[in-house]
Design a protein. Structure first.
Length: 631
């Protein structure tokens, strides 16, 4: 558990550093051995059909060639819950996030206008989300809108909780609403004696034992099959949360800094020791004698033994943020505690070494590839099994929740849905993961037709993968004649090409035979695209761009030290390569290539163009829309 926690904390603080497949340590600050980055003041511009030695230095400035669309979530966040440190959920204003231990992925919510206020569940495959007139279920594969199954008259829910044994799943909300799921899966409105209090928090202890808290210090208890109201001592304002220790000791908190706990089953008020009496909204009890509460303006209270002590968030950014939800994992002696809290404006803190530290709710995993969809949308993939989809070039990206893996995904293609390949020879499609023989990393994938794909990777690996009428057939290994890593594969027109290290270019015929083509280069080629009748472009991680015309390859751009990783061709014939520091190199088969200076502090690993526009992706979850007009 400790290892998982440290990984999560490092990534959420933006500290990840890794190399893209086929790159020269692209994740470092410089990407060069001597620590000096590529020349940001100049680059070579070479006309198609010329050689690198004829290049004239050119660096064209342009206004906003890239528009950043970061996966940072600044919406108000209200609740957090999970099944494990590498499987938890955060919900807020029109937002549902899932974290796999390393990165946050935005899930497509049933309604972007709904405020989702509570989340809880029985397991990783049975998660429930409630909100303003909303009920959403996660079954381990997809989110489904269950709002239509709410009992009549239930308009707003604020919290939901499942007992540890799974026997009770209860949600509470406005106007006295208390609903419980039956063993048949039906949500039933509970009879609570006509109580119309707004309930804010709920905790299910076990079979027939539930507590809810809310208006004017009121509580509601289920015992012996009957719901009965009770007052919490000295509580006169709204109670916002209730929680319990692993052994069942209850804690509650509320407006004005109120704190209470049970002692031998009887509620008692406990002194907050906060001179500002800030309202408290989130709680977590590690044990009977240790608990935490968090709330407005950075209020953080720690219960040790018999009293609460005011503590300060140890980070920089979140000291005065207002928090709304807290959750932590039960742990055994010797384990590292895992807990997080979330709040307004995307606020977040996580417990590290007995201190609460900042984190930002954002996707910081590197996005390594992007592919256009026929309908105008895009697929993107990256570290830790991240697989995203957008409906067009300007719409948000959402997690497909398809990979049942945490392995890095290096390339993706649209072939009747997303197909992605990655570390260890994995192939992912529609939530199914298979591994090709040998388990070598696969770096590139392309669709050959409606029934077959081709994937390439380390050791000169190539596999034909069936789909359509060939779905379910085992991948077939093909002999490529090289043991060098193959970094990319492309199909366009009549061509199927793969490229790799030391200038490797291979041409595949219709029978699956691979034949070398002379690149004239020793640079590592990391991306290839193909189109039309025998035309193609390849880019290297040392600043070289090659064009294929009339069956031959020719160098058309050479900027030593400029790392390039991705390439695309627009419908109008414009060719674009991307790489270091947000670099775009733009040209065509009959126009010079030139480097565009935009000074973007990021590394771009992929770019794709389709009916929905042009989008580039890169380090730490970077997503960028590319301007329609480029020099």
């Amino acid at each position: 558990m400790a290892g998982l926690f440290l990984v999560f904390a490092a990534l959420c603080c933006g500290g990840c550093s890794s190399s893209a497949p086929g790159t020269k340590d692209a994740g470092t600050d410089s990407g060069t051995k001597d620590g000096a980055g590529p020349d940001s003041t100049g680059g070579d511009s070479v006309g198609a059909g010329t050689t690198g030695t004829d290049a004239a230095t050119s660096d064209t400035a342009t206004d906003n060639p890239l528009t950043a669309r970061p996966l940072r979530f600044d919406q108000d966040l209200y609740a957090v819950w999970g099944a494990a440190p590498n499987d938890f959920w955060v919900v807020g204003d029109g937002l549902i996030l899932h974290n796999n231990g390393t990165t946050f992925a935005p899930m497509l919510p049933p309604s972007a206008k709904t405020a989702y206020r509570g989340v809880g569940g029985r397991s990783a495959q049975d998660v429930w989300i409630v909100g303003d007139g909303a009920l959403v279920h996660w079954d381990g594969k997809a989110l489904s809108d269950q709002t239509g199954k709410l009992p009549a008259g239930v308009t707003g829910l604020s919290d939901i909780h499942a007992s540890a044994d799974g026997s009770m799943l209860v949600a509470v909300g406005k106007g006295g609403a208390v609903i419980k799921q039956t063993t048949e899966g039906v949500w039933m409105l509970q009879e609570t004696g006509g109580n119309t209090n707004d309930w804010q928090g709920v905790w299910a202890l076990g079979p027939g034992q539930v507590w809810a808290v809310g208006d004017k210090g009121q509580a509601l208890k289920l015992s012996g099959g009957t719901w009965s109201p009770t007052s919490i001592p000295k509580a006169t304002k709204m109670l916002n949360a209730v929680t319990a220790s692993p052994t069942g000791r209850l804690f509650t908190c509320g407006d004005g800094g109120y704190l209470g706990a049970t002692n031998n089953g009887t509620w008692e008020a406990t002194l907050a020791n906060d001179p500002q009496s800030r309202s408290l909204f989130g709680m977590w009890a590690q044990s009977d004698t240790e608990a935490w509460a968090i709330g407005d303006d950075g209020a953080l209270l720690h219960y040790l033994g018999k009293k609460w002590n005011l503590e300060e968030i140890a980070g920089t950014y979140m000291k005065v943020k207002s928090f709304r939800g807290m959750w932590g994992m039960p742990f055994k002696k010797g384990d590292t505690p895992f807990a997080i809290a979330v709040g307004l404006g995307g606020a977040g803190v996580t417990l590290q070494d007995a201190k609460w530290q900042d984190f930002r709710a954002e996707t910081v995993a590197d996005l390594l590839s992007i592919a256009p969809k026929a309908d105008g949308g895009f697929f993107a993939c990256g570290q830790s099994g991240l697989l995203l989809e957008s409906k067009d070039g300007s719409s948000p990206f959402y997690d497909l929740a398809a990979p049942v893996t945490a392995a890095d995904l290096y390339d993706v293609v649209d072939a009747g849905g997303a197909w992605a390949v990655g570390a260890g020879g994995i192939v992912v499609h529609n939530g199914v993961v298979q591994k090709v023989a040998g388990g070598k990393d696969l770096h590139g994938i392309a669709a050959l037709n409606s029934d077959q794909l081709i994937a390439v990777g380390d050791g000169g690996t190539a596999f034909a993968i069936g789909m359509g009428i060939n779905a379910g057939l085992a991948p077939i290994a093909e002999t490529t004649g090289t043991q060098l890593p193959l970094r990319s594969v492309a199909h366009g027109g009549t061509l199927v090409l793969a490229v790799g290290d030391i200038g490797t270019i291979l041409n595949r015929d219709i029978n699956g035979k691979w034949t070398p083509e002379d690149s004239g280069e020793t640079a590592n080629l990391v991306r290839v695209i193909a189109w039309g009748d025998g035309e193609a472009m390849a880019v290297s991680d040392s600043g070289v761009i090659l064009l294929r015309q009339n069956g031959a390859w020719k160098k058309v751009f050479d900027a030593p030290g400029l790392f390039l990783y991705g390439a695309t061709r627009r419908p109008d014939g414009t060719l674009i390569a991307v790489g270091w520091a947000g670099t775009l190199v733009v040209g065509s088969t009959d126009a010079p290539f030139q480097k565009l200076a935009n000074n973007l502090p990021n590394i771009l690993f992929g770019i794709a163009s389709g009916p929905g526009g042009t989008v580039a992706v890169g380090k730490k979850g970077g997503i960028y829309s590319v301007a329609e007009k480029l020099p």
